[in-house]
Design a protein around this ligand. Sequence first.
Ligand code: AP5
Ligand code: MG
Length: 188
Amino acid sequence: MVWIFLGPPGAGKGTQATLFAEHLGVPHVSTGDLLRTAVKAGTELGKKAQSFMDAGNLVPDDLMLDLVRETLAGRTGCILDGFPRTTVQADALAGMLDEIGLGLDGVVRLNVAEPMLVARIASRAEAEGRADDTVETVRNRLRVYGEKTAPLVDYYRGQGVLNDVDGEGTIEEIQDRIRSTVGSGGDS
Ligand code: AP5
Ligand code: MG
């Protein structure tokens, strides 16, 4: 069982993927969380990734693919949050899943208007102080999403696995929408 959560910064990928993973009883894999842990621990990966993350740019594909390959090894399923983010990553993921004998169940794309994305991140900046939640970096993260990651919407729509979900409302409302959308087989 493999689901991908797709959406811009602040769309609620982490919040919703965590709940969905609990619901399905499979692990939640957030590449952003894995990278932040690596930065904190000062690992080789963390040292290489930090400057890209602090600027709101994508960490290079080769580093991400090594990380995800390692994380997926031996798994029978997962909810991917924040990966893939480029078509290179999406093609590589398809190959990796093939190798380990897993299929992609579908993609949940969370739709949230930009002012709400910015507002959610601003309140997290105040509460948690995540290093890349500054106003300028958020602007770049949104730009990078539009340029590098948004093309995955058509990529997965073309494969008939895209599920569009309204990502505005309460956390519970959105989770209910996700479950009823994917429960109906997908490609809404
Ligand atoms: P990543 O950690 O993936 O950050 P992001 O995509 O910018 O997304 P966020 O985590 O900010 O938002 P989210 O959609 O998870 O929303 P959340 O649930 O937190 O990536 C960080 C960096 O790592 C990247 O910039 C890049 O450098 C690197 N990276 C990661 N993956 C990579 C990859 N594959 N390739 C290359 N580089 C990669 O919600 C946001 C806030 O809103 C929270 O405070 C939450 O509590 C709140 N909230 C959520 N839902 C609601 C709601 N319904 N109502 C009110 N508040 C809500
Ligand atoms: Mg997140």
